[in-house]
Design a binder for this molecule. Sequence first.
Ligand SMILES: NC(=O)c1ccc[n+]([C@@H]2O[C@H](COP(=O)([O-])OP(=O)(O)OC[C@H]3O[C@@H](n4cnc5c(N)ncnc54)[C@H](OP(=O)(O)O)[C@@H]3O)[C@@H](O)[C@H]2O)c1
Length: 329
Amino acid sequence: MPYQPRPARYADMPYRRCGRSGLKLPAVSLGLWHNFGDVDVLANFRAILHRAFDSGVTHFDLANNYGPPPGSAETNFGRLLKEDFRGYRDELVISTKAGYHMWEGPYGEWGSRKYLVSSLDQSLRRLKLDYVDIFYSHRPDPDTPLEETMAALDHVVRQGKALYVGISNYEPAEAAEAIGMLRALGTPCLIHQPKYSMFERGPENGLLDLLGREGVGCIPFSPLAQGLLTGKYLHGIPNDSRVAKGVGFLTETQLTEERLTQIRALNELAQERGQSLAQMALSWILRDERVTSVLIGASKPAQLDDSLRCLENLTFSEQELGRIEKVLG
Ligand SMILES: NC(=O)c1ccc[n+]([C@@H]2O[C@H](COP(=O)([O-])OP(=O)(O)OC[C@H]3O[C@@H](n4cnc5c(N)ncnc54)[C@H](OP(=O)(O)O)[C@@H]3O)[C@@H](O)[C@H]2O)c1
């Protein structure tokens, strides 16, 4: 049976305006960094995508290098777009990025116009798309003038290969400069994608204020700290977990006794709120109105179901927030 999206898929998902743009994003978006490569199981990632779209998740986030091997997440997603989502392109917001190492030689990473434009062309071929909705500079390049990187973003929009542009992993001062340059070019910065979770509080040091002031959206990545902010590591390391699989940057060394003590205490509070720890970690980020969407990962449809239920309780009492601060020290 071909996939038929659930007719009531838009009933429960809130859509939040991305900064001062016209684009709305689902409060929860799905990233394809892990679990969608050639090393993964197609039937499983197909099921995750179906469950996501059936739940109102309209935004899917990729990058040139997602896999492994690099590029395979885009190829696999492109195949499923064709096979299962044909006819639904206008209901989807698809993003990709360039910045990290993708091919050999001096033009295969960072922020030159040469790299960014070629990389987007390659991504479009893998995705079998004419355009992506959002194209990001994945990281700032200390050696390329920011003007060149921003002009390349403006260029791909004018070429019709991207509808909007964004930046990721830019610190507040360089983000402010980038936002100003893009505005002057006539292609406003739609969104910033920073790492942000209860365990990674960097964006609270000026970035969220800047984005709020400038009317730029914010889509925090790794909001579950790659799975640490769930109950999964409370009783050892499950065989099917990201730590056990050892394919990324999450390693056992991050599961210190201090971390586990924090996770246990947060888990208790989540239970008192009637949430799983994953749900509380996501609600905690979404309580800030400057956040447009949380960008989660999922290795199983059931995880997605669990995480999506964060939307049932987005408010925190002062006392709960105080307890979280105390745990996080
Ligand atoms: N811009 C950047 O530089 C950058 C960097 C990193 C990520 N990102 C984007 O952000 C997206 C999300 O990053 P992420 O995958 O690190 O996010 P995350 O949501 O912090 O972690 C996702 C992982 O946590 C586990 N998990 C998720 N939901 C769970 C639940 N309800 N219960 C138990 N475990 C759960 C799963 O890992 P298991 O394998 O253990 O099941 C899942 O793969 C990426 O796909 C990518 O699009 C961007």
